[in-house]
Design a protein around this ligand. Structure first.
Ligand code: SF4
Length: 433
């Protein structure tokens, strides 16, 4: 979502007459778009700010602005911690950016725009997109869930959806502009609604799928309690809806899930997984996991490991718990798992997932998969990198292919994170989607 927001911010600034600098050293203004979801991300923003402090001392007139979830979360307190910051702007206030920058240049410092705007979806702003092949489209913002550990409802406010017709117009425009893939984004994308049309997210996916048949369609992030049978069915039925579902579970223990206020049990989650496996054979399922949440016992941790094995995740985002002030857990639960234990449990989770990913990827060797080529491989200019519909990264010889091509690739080798292989067909096969 931050990457998509940065593309919106760039569009707003470009419209206001600003242009990207080569790097921070040649820039007149440095903006930091920040994430508050984990303490580690906030600390990293603090480290970059310390670096900018030195730059600002050396370069008179340099403007420094802090954007995104950290200012929304920490508010004007930031000016006490980082007095050299010229302004802070939260996720609902990017339209004010050019005006703020102008007044900073006129000498008005330490400005803040951190109001919630329950209507703001940035509709009508054409993002300056980072890729010409695969792009993001936010279709809803905010979250009405209050998971005990999460700051999102604080930083991004309540849910609001982009209207169905607007989404269809946007994706149709992307297809005409030559994009091959779009990821529909939302903090809790399954709860997208168009009340006027009485449509839910399953209806949106079906509509988008028919509107842009040549494009691959992905979505993230889903909440397990909101994954409906109709949604999974439409993924199974429509060929251009990618068979990859990111379904954060956070813990395999029902006791932990209850404390986390996730709104489902381990058994209910596994029932949803069984439904996905039944209706979308071959689907890749990925997840988010937190080690060492408040009061977690060794038995709770074992349940997470056993759930991982039961599901067979493709990959996972894995972290250990860090208290986020302002959340329900920070106010009501003891952060009583020692850091060394959190780290040891996280390590076990990572090792299990790495082994499972390696096994899963090894089983792809010898198969032919369709890959949407995205870019030159970072390791070699003679290779391209792309993804399967299941979101597995594949590296293959470039030959005459170019980013944007759909390429049939026979898999010859695998690590726990990447497949590699040889292109077996020069055919650009939209129909195979
Ligand atoms: S559903 Fe996701 S974004 Fe919303 S509160 Fe829970 S963890 Fe945070």
């Amino acid at each position: 979502m931050n990457q998509a927001d940065t593309e919106i911010i760039t569009a707003i600034l470009t419209e206001g007459g600003y242009a990207p600098a080569e790097d921070e050293h040649s820039a007149d203004m440095v903006l930091l778009n920040t994430c508050a979801v984990r303490a580690n991300a906030v600390d990293r923003a603090g480290n970059v700010l310390s670096h900018l402090k030195g730059m600002k001392r050396r370069r008179k007139g340099l403007v420094v602005g802090l954007l995104g979830c950290v200012p929304q979360y920490e508010r004007e307190q930031l000016f006490s911690d980082f007095p050299f910051v010229d302004f802070i702007v939260g996720p609902d206030n990017y339209r004010d950016l050019c005006g703020i920058v102008r007044s900073v240049r006129d000498g008005v410092r330490q400005q803040s725009r951190i109001d919630y705007d329950q209507q703001e979806t940035y509709a009508g702003i054409e993002p300056v997109r980072a890729s010409r092949i695969s792009t993001f489209l936010p279709v809803m913002r905010g979250c009405n869930n209050h998971c005990a550990f999460c700051v999102v409802s604080v930083t991004r406010g309540r849910e609001r959806s982009v209207a169905f017709d607007r989404v269809i117009a946007e994706v149709t425009g992307l297809e005409k502009a030559g994009y091959r893939e779009v990821t529909l984004l939302g903090q809790n994308v399954n709860s997208w609604r168009d009340a006027g049309k009485e449509l839910d997210f399953a209806g949106l996916l079906e509509g988008v799928s028919h509107a842009v048949p040549s494009m691959r369609i992905r979505f993230t992030t889903s909440h397990p309690k909101d994954i409906s049978e109709s949604l999974v069915r439409v993924i199974g039925e429509r060929p251009n809806l990618c068979n990859h579902i990111h379904l954060p579970v956070q813990s395999g223990s029902s006791r932990m899930l209850d404390l986390m206020k996730r709104g489902h049990t381990r058994e209910e989650y596994l029932d949803k997984i069984a439904m996905i496996r039944d209706l979308v054979p071959g689907a890749a399922i990925t997840t988010d996991l937190i080690a060492g949440f408040c009061t977690e016992t060794e038995e709770d941790h074992r349940q997470t490991l056993s759930l991982m094995e039961a599901v067979g995740y493709d990959t996972a985002f894995m972290f250990y718990y860090s208290v986020r002030p302002g959340t329900w857990a920070a106010r009501n639960l003891p952060d009583d798992v020692p850091e060394a234990v959190k780290k040891a449990r996280l390590q076990e989770i990572i090792e299990l997932q790495t082994a499972m990913s390696r096994d899963l990827y090894q089983r792809e060797i010898g198969k032919t998969v369709e890959v949407l080529a995205e870019a030159e491989s970072k390791r070699s200019p003679s290779k391209l990198m792309g993804r399967t519909a299941t979101n597995r990264a594949v590296v293959f010889d470039r030959k005459s292919f170019k980013p944007g091509d759909h390429v049939q690739v026979r898999i010859t080798a695998a690590t726990s994170a990447t497949l590699s292989g040889e292109a077996v067909s020069p055919e650009v096969s939209k129909s195979a989607l």
